[in-house]
Design a protein around this ligand. Structure first.
Ligand SMILES: Nc1ncnc2c1ncn2[C@@H]1O[C@H](COP(=O)(O)OP(=O)(O)OP(=O)(O)O)[C@@H](O)[C@H]1O
Ligand SMILES: [Mg+2]
Length: 223
């Protein structure tokens, strides 16, 4: 599903070199993997490369067997819309749109028929347990509920890969753990690969596979 081969993305700032260096990983369909490591170890940098939001200095990103890291921006943008889903720490929902409209957004951008979009959005909100909150604005939802809307939105376009950067960082225990269980279930059920950046041990405990980064280098793989 996703394969990173010897990825280097370096930032030079004030004589210091940071980023990720020579990182390789493989992520099969239907699995939930966590990129773990302390603050500054390169988790977000790696996710941005895997999510085609940033180009590596060297190395390859293979998505469904195809090298995609050096496609022109327009082609990468099209791939992000059609094959990838994103969940961020701060939820990133559009505040003036309802939960339903937020989930509809990527579907409408994909140009799917209106009726299909609406049915799919309703189904996904139901699936993440928010069928009765579809008409609420993000500001009328709890943090955990907003994050579930963000997950429904990330899954809306039927992605093969979902990238989530610290998705539980703004949630307390009571919300963070069920959210990870939901992600693990959805990975299996939808056959998509989930790559989650986190240093939260409760998140790491739920992963099928853990990639441990230290100072931008892969220090170990578990699972
Ligand atoms: N745009 C940038 N310009 C310069 N340096 C950067 C840039 N982005 C990240 N870095 C550096 O690269 C390193 C890795 O950063 P990254 O954001 O990937 O870490 P992280 O593991 O996600 O950390 P955190 O857990 O705090 O989110 C850090 O030393 C950071 O300062
Ligand atoms: Mg980060």
């Amino acid at each position: 599903m996703l394969e990173l081969r010897d990825i280097t993305r370096a930032y030079e700032l004030g004589g210091e070199r940071a980023g990720v260096f020579g990182v390789s990983l493989e992520l099969p369909a239907g699995s939930l993997a966590v990129v773990a490591g302390p603050s500054g170890s390169g988790k977000t940098t790696l996710l941005q490369v895997a999510g085609l939001l940033d180009e590596p200095d060297s190395g390859q990103v293979l998505l469904e067997g195809r090298e995609v890291s050096r496609l022109p921006e327009k082609a990468r943008c099209a791939l992000r819309l059609s094959r990838l889903g994103f969940v961020f720490q701060g939820f990133n929902l559009v505040p003036v749109l309802t939960a339903r409209e937020n989930v509809l957004l990527p579907l409408q951008l994909q140009g799917r028929p209106e009726g299909e979009c609406t049915a799919r959005a309703e189904d996904l909100l139901e699936r993440v347990g928010l069928g009765n909150r579809a008409g609420h604005l993000p500001g009328q939802l709890s943090g955990g509920q907003q994050q579930r809307v963000a997950i429904a939105r990330a899954l809306a376009g039927d992605p093969c890969l979902v990238l989530a950067d610290e998705p539980t960082a703004n949630l307390d225990h009571a919300h963070g753990e069920p959210l990870m269980d939901l992600l693990a279930e959805l990975a299996r059920e939808r056959g998509a690969a989930f790559l989650v950046a986190s240093h939260d041990p409760r998140v790491i405990a739920r992963a099928d596979r853990v990639f441990r980064l230290e100072d931008g280098r892969m220090e170990g793989v578990h699972g």
